[in-house]
Ligand binder design. Sequence first.
Ligand code: FMN
Length: 298
Amino acid sequence: MLSITINNLHFPNPFLLASGILDESADTMFRIIKHGAGGVVTKSIGMKKRGGYQNPVIYELPYGLINAMGLPNPGIEAFGEEMKKLKNCGVPVIGSIFGGTTDEFVYLAKKMENYGADAVELNLSCPHAKGYGMEIGVNPNLVAEIVGEVKKSVSIPVWCKLTPNVTDIVEIAKAADKADALVMINTLKAMAIDIEAQRPVLSNTYGGLSGPCVKPVGLRAVYDVFKEVDKPIIGVGGVCSWTDALEYFMAGASAVQIGTAIATKGPTIFAEISRDVADWLKKHGYDSIKDVVGVAHR
Ligand SMILES: Cc1cc2nc3c(=O)[nH]c(=O)nc-3n(C[C@H](O)[C@H](O)[C@H](O)COP(=O)(O)O)c2cc1C
């Protein structure tokens, strides 16, 4: 009832781990898989090891998180060890990558393919790392070039993760027309101020807003792109419960990724959402999750 196939990859359920949360090592990803995730997306990995920004890098709000981690990661060479351990982990592994140029994206994608990733997710959307992510992902020409070149270089599916920090996300989604699937959304560019210190809270000043408060923005992005672009969409942003997930499916997502809710509710959220979405489908006479994808457009 919950299993889905996206780009010929079989997912036992449509609830995947989002990039950046407990996914810098194989051990933590195994933990998430044991808790019932239908697939895992790795931390975004770049050409070289990066330490990320100095603390504070996370600020908790009553309705979400602002993070400016600064894309800390071990670098693509070292990450091969983690990918090796994930072989035969039982669910698809999506290798997330970030680069500063088209050539870097191509290099990293080929590496991920060689490491056995089932698909590669291009992070064209991180809002707080200079020269990376959103700085590239707001430019439709660059998006088209990077997606096109990566597509030519690998035979695994290429997923493109989009930023909501644009005037028209449909324009960017169309620019990524060579992608096999679209992932949306990454975090919203945001900040917080410490009134006693009289300065920004985060060492980087700006960070990315995630969690329950961004769900309406993610839903709107999925809904708008579903109307205009004919390819699978993976919804992400503020999924904290089975009702949130169903909203994303009805807007047009074939699967959802979960990030911040793992930090706030714990990894048991995967099993809980699977159980409760399956109950809802049964109660409403649906045989498969596929039957509710995009129903809000009828
Ligand atoms: C601490 C943290 C680190 C993140 N790191 C990454 C990352 O490395 N690559 C990426 O594409 N997205 C990253 N994200 C964004 C998430 O994958 C996701 O798109 C966003 O947080 C919205 O989903 P959520 O509300 O379920 O967290 C990160 C988010 C958080 C909170």
